[in-house]
Design a protein around this ligand. Sequence first.
Ligand code: URA
Length: 427
Amino acid sequence: MTTTYSVLDLIRAKRGGQTLDSDQIRWLIRAYTDGVVADEQMSAMAMAVFFQGLDDEELSTWTTAMIESGERMSFKGLSRPTVDKHSTGGVGDKITLPLAPLVAACGAAVPQLSGRGLGHTGGTLDKMEAIPGWRADLSHDEMVAQLDTVGAVICAAGPGLAPADKKLYALRDVTGTVESIPLIASSIMSKKIAEGTDSLVLDVKTGSGAFMKTEEDARELARRLVGLGESAGVRTTALLTRMDVPLGYACGNGIEVAESLEVLSGGGPADVVDLTVALARQMVKAAGLDGTDPADVLASGKAMDVWRDMVRAQGGDPDAPLPVAHHSQDVIASEAGVVTGIDAMSVGLAAWRLGAGRARKEDPVQAAAGVMLRVRPGDRVVAGQPLATLLTDTADTISRAEDDLTDAFTVGRPFQPRTIVVDTITA
Ligand code: URA
């Protein structure tokens, strides 16, 4: 690629709704990664894409250029088929924790490259780091060795994987350009395709606690994610799932590990179990392991055995007690009735405020902080009953977190609960 473009011309073209050609997009992503295009110019381009979008061809080139900005991993030497899962992010979304060992126990290799939380949605690595001794950073060789012996690994993506996305994602985060369907699709799929998994199952969330607030937008995101995966030779399926209400009761780091252990022990909240099994069924099918029902494997205790091996292989102690918060306070119901809604966004914000999340990517998180819900939609409550318990090591965060939850719980008349999975989107 020898042509040099004027980034200003490209920004103006996209701002005006024109289509960028393949050479222009490849140059842009390369020049941004190399520091030739400045952050403020890429911010303007991200905003232009936010408003004007990318068509399917532009999106495919954009994603390929992000993949080519770094290294590509390969798991070809493994004896088991590889299958990964990605969630577009939600509140109380601890599904990766029981899911990865469950699918490994079904016979697949699960290379789960995960991230840390930013804002109101939690991050899988922050949750796992609540386990004493557990480490997120593994070399590629360590990852392959663990996939071979244990079958599942949850770890951080190395700096060489899609570096263009690392830079662009940090920029989008501070410029109000995260919630763009093509930017989200290229960000997720550049990392997943570069990772080299054979197949991928996506959990695309819709609702107040999700990036995509409407079902229509979530469907469009799912369509584009699946299209990118399939055209790169990765078998890709998406489940469209609800994120109006937090998943399960626990929203924090250590408390989500504890809830995941309940699921691996055969218990746990129904929505967490249902979604874990629904995603596991898709992953097992995508890996060509039909005939194994993850629900039976979960009940057998084999997934818990893999979990313990997986934690130990990464330096963690699966028997160590999880951290306990220094301060706690209940949120009390002011009236009697049936819980009809628990706003996921408000609960996510409260958990973040209490110390479970971070405002800047270099901030530390508290392992024990979070919101432990005491009720689920459909539960009958009386006035004075606890709706949630706030947990933190920093007592001065409690009153702001209480404010976040002022209107989070709606109490009304009995209703018909909805299923968590809305639809399955395939190529
Ligand atoms: N997750 C990602 O990896 N990228 C996005 O843009 C949004 C969610």
